[in-house]
Design a binder for this molecule. Structure first.
Ligand code: ZN
Length: 107
């Protein structure tokens, strides 16, 4: 089993590990938008908003919660945008949010 598939694997650990290796003056392009605050990983979005990086398991949970609240409401804001507003981020958030809405009859 590759580390990517293991239960312990968390994409944030990989980013943190890369940041550590790159050092304080590291300027790796893909790390540019990440920042650590008291050990927690955040991603800087356009406009300077910080989103808390969460793992996929928590992300799925938050998505389901938010979908339950927002489903069927006339306001046409995508689930992804709502998640952004709540201040969450993980790499597949966009795709996962879109999939939930595609499967839903009410959305
Ligand atoms: Zn829905």
């Amino acid at each position: 089993m590759s580390p990517r598939e293991s239960k312990q694997w968390d994409w944030r650990s990989e980013v943190k590990e890369k940041m550590k290796k790159a050092g304080p003056r590291g300027s790796i392009r893909e790390l540019r938008d990440y920042t650590l605050i008291e050990g927690e990983l955040y991603r800087r979005l356009p406009g300077g908003i910080l989103s808390r990086c969460i793992n996929k398991k928590e992300g799925k949970l938050r998505l389901d919660e938010l979908h339950t609240q927002a489903c069927g409401i006339a306001e046409k804001t995508s689930l992804y945008r709502r998640m952004q507003r709540m201040g969450y981020y993980w790499p597949n958030m966009n795709r996962m949010a879109a999939t939930i809405q595609e499967k839903c009859q009410e959305c």
